[in-house]
Design a protein around this ligand. Structure first.
Ligand SMILES: [Zn+2]
Length: 328
């Protein structure tokens, strides 16, 4: 009994797995345990992936086309999140034209059928939304997305199951819902959240406020230092004019100019520009940091749950055997 109690005591102490949370505060990343920052691998990827959400034909078409043209002029990869329900006509023509060309700089991600809140949908409805959007994109372009951008950056447990069923490999969401360390793999899906923005979303006015390029660049550099990669998120609204408090289908040239300056600065630096799908290829695999599991909390001591009982069991059995044999 004494032996059993001692083993259990040691087991309890050793298998304590500290949970570390990461939070975003004004775009900056804070960890509940600052020692944790040192654990994050630095020499990885060294790349920037641009991600543009809300690609569709019915709203703010001109700003979308202008942004895509800017990326085309600079020959920089961009991974666009398509809303399936309104993926038709002019936007499809433009995208098909680029993706059919030899040096396409467009990669397509699934951004749901009608911008539904996936945290509120059951598995069947999520499945329909993902499937219908993939079918539409495939019919229109011949390309089948393997990347999902959840609308509003939210999802639930069924989302990962649905993504797996449709052979998705990457989900790009918000930093809050996919905290580090990276590479972060949950249920076989890689998570690369947006780590930099080209505009601030102002909750009171429900409007995007475009940032000067050097602010975005600062966030990109911050993300590079901490994680070795960055995903920059853009929205069509940021590049549209506002008239009488409403977005109108006219290009905000000032913000296009900021985007051009941002791209030029990145091209001058040693950072690579890649598709969201290529962050994966460029990461140096480091099993020590490879996380699996279904929790958003990141545990650095999960392995102890398996190793400690096994060691305790072997030691306990050894001690018992020695004692038992000695007594005989
Ligand atoms: Zn969206």
């Amino acid at each position: 009994m004494k032996l059993l109690a001692t083993s259990l005591g040691i087991l309890c102490i050793l298998s304590y797995a500290p949970y570390i949370h990461a939070e975003v505060d004004g775009g900056r990343v804070n960890f509940s345990d600052h020692a944790f920052e040192k654990m994050i691998p630095l020499e990885i990827c060294n790349c920037v992936a641009f991600r543009m959400d809300d690609i569709q034909n019915y709203w703010l078409l001109e700003p979308q086309l202008e942004v895509l043209e800017t990326f085309r002029e600079y020959n920089v990869p961009i991974t666009i999140g398509v809303i399936g329900n309104d993926f038709e006509e002019d936007i499809v023509k433009y995208i098909r034209n680029v993706t059919n060309s030899e040096n396409s700089n467009i990669e397509i991600a699934n951004h749901s059928w009608a911008h539904e809140d996936f945290s509120l949908l059951d598995k069947d409805h999520q499945n329909q939304s993902i499937k219908n959007t993939n079918d539409r994109i495939f019919n229109m372009t011949g390309l089948l997305p393997k990347i999902f951008y959840p609308p509003f950056g939210v999802s639930n447990n069924s989302t990962l199951e649905v993504l797996r069923d449709h052979n998705f490999t990457i989900m790009s969401s918000t930093f809050a819902s996919s905290p580090p360390p990276y590479p972060l793999v949950i249920s076989g899906i890689h998570h690369f959240p947006a780590t930099a923005l080209t505009a601030d979303y102002v909750a009171e006015s429900k409007m995007f406020e475009g940032l000067p390029f050097n602010e975005t660049l600062k966030d990109i550099q911050n993300s590079q230092e901490k994680f070795g990669f960055s995903v920059v998120a853009l929205h069509p609204q940021e590049f549209a004019m506002i008239e009488n408090g409403e977005y109108v289908d006219k290009v905000n040239q000032e913000q296009i100019q900021e985007l051009a300056l941002l791209i030029e600065e990145i091209q001058k630096s040693d950072l690579k520009t890649v598709f969201v799908s290529q962050i994966n290829d460029n990461l140096i695999k480091n099993p020590e940091y490879l996380q699996t599991g279904s929790s958003n909390s990141v545990s650095s001591g999960v392995w102890m749950i398996w190793v400690v009982p096994a060691v305790a069991g072997i030691v306990g059995a050894g001690v018992y055997l020695v004692k038992f044999r000695a007594r005989k």
